[in-house]
Design a protein around this ligand. Structure first.
Ligand code: SAH
Length: 249
């Protein structure tokens, strides 16, 4: 079957790596699993060797779907033809373990969608482009901050391009997201809007984006750049900003 580049179709073919990833997923009898972008089912078939309750596959390509339906005959598996960057994960259950060798062109959108559904996703294990994986773990950016507000991010391993068919132009990295014990109750859309404008023009001093009095109230140097703030500080800043807005009304 010809693979579609525009859908980020780079199949993981290295057996050793596939079983290593499944060890990280570590499926348990009671697990509700969700795989994003199963493709031809290389990773899926490794997972099927384990006990679990349900496995939901979310794949956008009708040809891949057809093939999965032909090849996977397991009553625990449910196949959904859908866009994983928009999929309502919480419609599948309340305690999901999500994983996938993600299509790299929309990987950020899939991570963002995961955060929007953090209430029902305590754990996710994703393969993405190495630089993106590293940035999500320790870099400064709106999505890193958005993600780290709700999840701790572990970098598990790097993978060279030769483990994929066809090999992508970039290296890959595997990360694990673990939801934090205490997550703030936030209006996620508003928080996202706040973060995207806060992280725009990263090199500018914060006083160009927010009032000095607000920054001082949050205990932040108005001359500081957003890149230097911890996630805790960013969240504090958001709460301070929100409170000030509430008082203005
Ligand atoms: N997991 C497989 C394939 C990974 S390639 C393996 O490791 O071998 C990425 C897969 O994601 C492809 O099958 C592609 O069709 C699918 N895909 C691309 N965009 C998608 C989207 N928006 N939602 C769901 N699946 C998508």
């Amino acid at each position: 079957m010809p693979l579609k580049k525009e859908l980020g179709q780079h199949l993981l073919v290295a057996k050793g790596v596939l079983s290593k990833i499944v060890e990280f997923i570590s499926p348990q009898e009671s697990d509700l699993l969700v795989e994003i972008g199963p493709g031809t089912g290389n990773l899926t078939k490794e997972v099927l060797k384990y006990p679990f309750k349900e496995l939901h596959l979310i794949e956008i390509d009708p040809q891949m779907i057809e093939r999965l339906r032909e090849e996977i005959k397991d009553s625990r598996v449910f196949i959904h033809q859908a866009d994983a960057s928009k999929f309502d994960l919480c419609s599948l259950g309340e305690n999901l373990k999500v994983f996938g060798n993600l299509p790299y062109n929309v990987a950020s959108l899939i991570v963002e969608n995961t955060v929007f559904h953090h209430r029902c996703v305590p754990v996710a294990i994703y393969m993405l482009q190495k630089e993106v994986a590293q940035k999500l773990q320790k870099g400064a950016g709106w999505l890193s901050a958005f993600l780290q507000t709700f999840y701790s991010v572990e970098y598990l391993m790097s993978l060279p391009a030769r483990f994929f068919m066809p090999p992508p132009k970039v290296q890959s990295g595997l990360i694990r997201l673990k939801r934090k014990k205490e997550v703030p109750e936030l209006d996620l859309k508003e928080y996202k809007r706040f973060l995207t404008s806060l992280y725009a023009l990263k090199r500018k001093a914060l006083k160009n984006k927010l009032s000095e009095s607000l920054l001082l109230e949050a205990g932040i140097d108005p001359m500081a750049r957003v890149e230097s703030l911890s996630v805790e500080k960013v969240l504090l800043l958001y709460n301070t900003w929100q409170k000030a807005r509430g008082e203005q009304r």
